[in-house]
Design a protein around this ligand. Structure first.
Ligand code: NAD
Length: 499
């Protein structure tokens, strides 16, 4: 049954009026599961106006009350994670354990956001001179737009949105067209948690909706996660319209394996980080960098059979290692890049093309693929493949490995596997990459630290979640204040509370 999906605005579902729809698919089977309305500029404007009215009240709501709503959402998320995972998996294709991991990382940020009374505290100096006190306060911005990608349809709206609303803003999410149902479910859950209508709205659409947000005078801030070309456009176009913009973008993450590394540990890490979620993660490892020929040979000897043994499977197959890719176009693109690698002279050790699954012949599967002898000039090295494809490149020295990493246009994540603390320490100093793992393959920081890449993996100054997100989602006011005499406003004997 094909369901016609709707926007979620002002605490209720609202049918799209544009007459423009896109199909939503179940990637595991290739079947169409829904029709998604694509909003017009006028519909986006109506959503912004709704969010703006809600933001006015919510921004004035006492911070502990905002925190209480967020805490309630955390409880709902924990109670509903199985349900949410199923909704997510049916449109994304990822396996259920993988979806539950994503949801947990979303819950982590909701928990962190519930600590906003502490996080948003200002700065204060008593008596900077002449009885004047000087203090800074952080105020909400109003309506914040969040434009989010397909690969984490729960986690990323929560990473942005929970922090945005904790800071007193209204969050207007424009999710990916590929998997819109989980973002809708989040909006329903926020309502159930007690969030006032309009503080968390969802508007669906494509470039037209995004442009309407970027050009809207009443949207002062835009947070984006997605590919680099789109992120760069959003950063430039949003900035041109005087918005603050942060854009977290594409990646090509290397993992250096030093000759002294524990090879079993390194291989396990590479298989998980390279092929988990079919490589559709911005923090996936896509380049293995064993240092020296001998390290490379030892690596491939263990890695190749492990990759060969990976099983493709539907989201609800408990034995699946590699899920379907998001669309037929994504599958064709990844297979095309594999061919390009062969044409350019890389050695294809394991070919995942042509993978089929009985009963799921129309699913978008590509099996685990492994290339050796990849060089920096090849397209498969330069491009983010976003599929289950790992390239092995073996520079002869550690210095060459670092140079290669720093010369790449992306700088999202990187890892080094070694037993040598000195090498690890030099590495963390020398690489121009935002998130670094030492014997940790997917170094995604926890909610209370900052997340973000370097070079063309990120546009804008601030990071995602952590203390930096408070700075992104608030503006600062600084007050100089002198009170010649105290305030006398009567007395109250009951224990003081916020109510
Ligand atoms: P995408 O760039 O295609 O889409 C992201 C969002 O932008 C979606 O909401 C989409 O509707 C919108 N969009 C797409 N094309 C647009 C256009 N021309 N104009 C305006 N808006 C447009 O990305 P995706 O395929 O959904 O996600 C995968 C990408 O996201 C990968 O490159 C991945 O590395 C990146 N990503 C980065 C991070 C990070 O934190 N750095 C995290 C997750 C994903």
């Amino acid at each position: 049954m094909t369901e016609t999906l709707q926007h979620f605005i002002g605490g209720k579902y609202v049918a799209g009026e544009s007459g423009r729809f896109g199909d939503v698919f179940n990637p595991s089977t290739g079947e169409v599961s829904g029709k998604l309305p694509y909003a017009t500029t006028a519909e986006v404007d109506a959503a912004v106006r709704n969010s703006q009215a809600a933001a006015e009240e919510w921004g004035k709501t006492a911070v502990p009350k905002r925190s209480a709503v967020i805490f309630k959402m955390r409880e709902l998320m924990v109670a509903r994670r199985e349900q949410l995972a199923e909704v997510l998996c049916k449109e994304h294709g990822k396996t259920k354990p993988d979806a539950l991991g994503e949801i947990q990382r979303g819950i982590d940020v909701v928990e962190f956001a519930a600590g906003v009374p502490h996080l948003i505290k200002g700065e204060f100096n008593s008596n900077i001179g002449g009885g004047i006190d000087l203090y800074s306060i952080r105020e909400s911005l109003g309506v914040v737009a969040g434009i989010t990608p397909f690969n984490f349809p729960v986690m990323i709206p929560l990473w942005m949105g929970a922090m945005a609303i904790a800071c007193g803003n209204a969050y207007l999410n424009k999710p990916s067209e590929r998997d819109p149902s989980a973002p809708n479910m989040l909006a329903e859950m926020w309502k159930e948690a007690g969030l006032p209508d309009g503080v968390w709205n969802v508007i669906h659409g494509d470039k037209e909706a995004v442009d309407a947000l970027l050009h809207h005078p009443d949207v002062p801030a835009v947070s984006f996660v997605g590919s680099t070309p789109v992120g760069e456009y959003i950063y430039q176009e949003g900035s041109r319209h005087n918005k603050r913009v942060q854009a977290f973008c594409g990646a090509k993450n290397h993992m250096v394996i030093m000759p002294d590394a524990d090879m079993d540990q390194a291989v396990n890490a590479l298989v998980g980080a390279g092929y988990g979620s079919a490589g559709e993660r911005c923090m996936a490892i896509s380049v293995a960098v064993p240092v020296g020929k001998e390290t490379s040979e030892r690596l491939i000897e263990k890695l190749a059979p492990a990759v060969e043994g990976l099983k493709i499977g539907a989201w609800d197959d408990p034995d699946a290692d590699i899920n379907a890719l998001i669309t037929r176009q994504a599958k064709e693109r990844v297979e095309g890049l594999i061919q390009r690698g062969v044409d350019e002279g890389a050695k294809l050790l394991i070919d995942g093309r042509g993978a089929t699954l009985q009963g799921y012949e129309n699913g978008y599967y590509v099996g685990g693929t492994l290339f050796d002898q990849v060089t920096t000039e090849m397209e498969i090295y330069k491009t983010e493949i976003f599929g289950p494809v790992l390239s092995v490149m073996a520079p002869s020295t550690y210095e060459d490995a670092v140079r290669m990493i720093n010369d790449h246009e992306y700088g999202n994540g990187v890892a080094i596997f070694t037993r040598d603390g000195d090498a690890a320490r030099s590495f963390t100093d020398q690489v121009d990459v935002g998130m670094i793992g030492v014997n940790v393959p997917i170094p995604v920081p926890m909610a209370f630290h900052n997340f973000g890449g370097a070079k063309r993996s990120k546009f804008g100054d601030t990071q995602m979640h952590g203390p930096e997100s408070i700075r992104f989602f608030t503006k600062m006011k600084t007050v100089s204040s002198r009170w010649p005499s105290g305030i006398k406003d009567g007395y109250q004997l009951a224990f003081p509370t916020n109510d």
